[in-house]
Design a protein around this ligand. Structure first.
Ligand SMILES: [Zn+2]
Length: 184
């Protein structure tokens, strides 16, 4: 039986930024040393594989190697790795700071960032969250959370439970670091 952990999530439907010239929503593979960037891309709802460190993993023949990730945009600080990737499908991350890195990805790839997409994925596993009946999480989430929320989502892989609002302020502050003030 899978363990279910209590987690938290923000929610809402206020658009933060709308990009132009968008086609399909990009998916990412993020190189090692960029773990915080990977985490934030997941928080923003983007399909993000994180493999630390990618260059070493490829040298070791990890998984399917490059082929399994060719459809994803590579985010790395490794110039040698960029040369091995499809040039149009990678971005060399220039900054040390995580917020500047997120900002660079958003602007360089013209990403659409919206509250509607935020926290639709498990921050740990990258899996899409699934709606669960509140009765399922009774006794798992804190009583005060169960008392005031009617909507819960669960990660199908790690069984962590998410609910709207708990860390919304903290997440807002984080997002404002690279998106500017949010109108709500
Ligand atoms: Zn998970």
């Amino acid at each position: 039986m899978s363990k279910i952990d209590a987690g938290d999530a923000g929610d809402g439907a206020v658009p933060v930024r709308s990009g132009a010239n968008r086609e399909a929503v990009p998916r990412f593979v993020v190189d090692g040393m960029l773990g915080r960037l990977a985490r934030w891309l997941r928080i923003l709802g983007f399909d993000t594989v994180y493999i630390p460190p990618l260059a070493h993993a490829l040298a070791e023949g990890y998984g399917a190697g490059l082929h399994g990730w060719r459809g994803r945009t590579l985010l790395t600080r490794n110039t040698a790795l960029v040369r091995r990737w499809v040039p149009a499908n990678c971005l060399l991350i220039e900054c040390d700071r995580w917020d500047a890195q997120v900002r660079q990805v958003i602007h360089a790839l013209d990403l659409e960032v919206s509250w509607q997409r935020c926290l639709t994925r498990c921050v740990r596993c990258n899996d899409l969250l699934e709606e669960v009946d509140p009765a399922v999480v009774r006794g798992i989430v804190p009583d005060y959370v169960f008392a005031v929320h009617v909507r819960f989502r669960c990660c199908p892989s790690c069984r962590r439970v998410y609910w709207p609002g708990t860390h919304r302020r903290g997440m807002l502050r984080g997002m404002e670091r690279f998106l500017g003030p949010v109108v709500s």
